[in-house]
Design a protein around this ligand. Structure first.
Ligand code: ACO
Length: 210
């Protein structure tokens, strides 16, 4: 396989890939049954496609030209206005509310006063048939290379999957924030996400580049 940037020409095949894998098997999407009653989530489609113009999202492509893995990377600047994304899909809102809370509590820019711009890894997903062969690692390595080349000071990710947290920890990322799913509750005190083992928490992990 080869690793290449994702461009606007990839939108259809990217969305097709995400609908087949990430929207179904990422632990939180699985929990809320993101695609149980709908062929896609318009909001999640938009969230993913919006990373493309930033220019740092990557795909792994098989010799026959199929997308077999993606790493969707967005750029975040200290000066960015944090605007809440408008949502049509209530299931996307449930996961986005969690991401918003993590963002505030992890407080990257407060914690790292020298960091002005960073790459945020928003989605990592590998075709089920190709897992355990180092494709996520290759996508993460290339993300590090291009982040370095383009003068970013940090890479961050909110790892909702135990395996992503494990993979990036092995690449030297440091965990700066953990939220146990069992402690994340609605107004009535009911736990919102109950993912299957071994996914017990979401972690914010960062890698500092110099
Ligand atoms: N069991 C144990 N460890 C695993 C497993 C597994 N099933 N899968 C990955 N790992 C760990 C290992 O530590 C491995 O390191 P090693 O080579 O030293 O053993 C490391 O992850 C990297 O493995 P890769 O082979 O590069 O990972 P892979 O290509 O299989 O992709 C991914 C991992 C993306 C998490 C894949 O399982 C997947 O698509 N899962 C569903 C979607 C998902 O949950 N995505 C992440 C959500 S968080 C986010 O997107 C920011």
């Amino acid at each position: 396989y080869l690793i290449a940037p994702i461009t606007n020409d990839d939108i259809e095949s990217l969305l097709c890939f995400l609908r087949k894998f990430f929207f179904r098997d990422e632990p939180l999407n699985r929990c809320v049954g993101l695609l149980d009653e709908q062929p896609t989530s318009v909001d999640f489609d938009k969230y993913c496609v919006e990373t493309i113009p930033d220019g740092f999202s990557l795909k792994a492509v098989s010799p026959s030209g199929d997308i077999i893995g993606v790493c969707l990377n967005g750029v975040v600047n200290r000066s960015d206005d944090k605007e809440e994304m408008e949502c049509i899909d209530p299931k996307f809102r449930i996961t986005q509310d969690l991401i918003d809370k993590i963002d505030i509590e992890a407080d990257i820019f407060g914690r790292f006063p020298d960091v002005d711009k960073l790459i945020e890894i928003r989605v990592v997903s590998v075709d089920e048939a190709y897992r355990g062969q180092g494709i996520a690692k290759a996508l993460l390595d290339e993300t590090k290379r291009i982040a370095c080349e383009n003068g970013f000071q940090m890479i961050k990710t909110d790892a909702t999957s135990h395996f992503t947290a494990l993979a990036v920890s092995k690449l030297g990322y440091k965990c700066i924030y953990t939220l146990n799913y069992a402690d994340y509750k609605d107004e009535d005190g009911k736990v919102i996400f109950t993912p299957e083992a071994p996914h017990t928490c979401v972690k914010t992990l960062v890698y500092q580049l110099n």
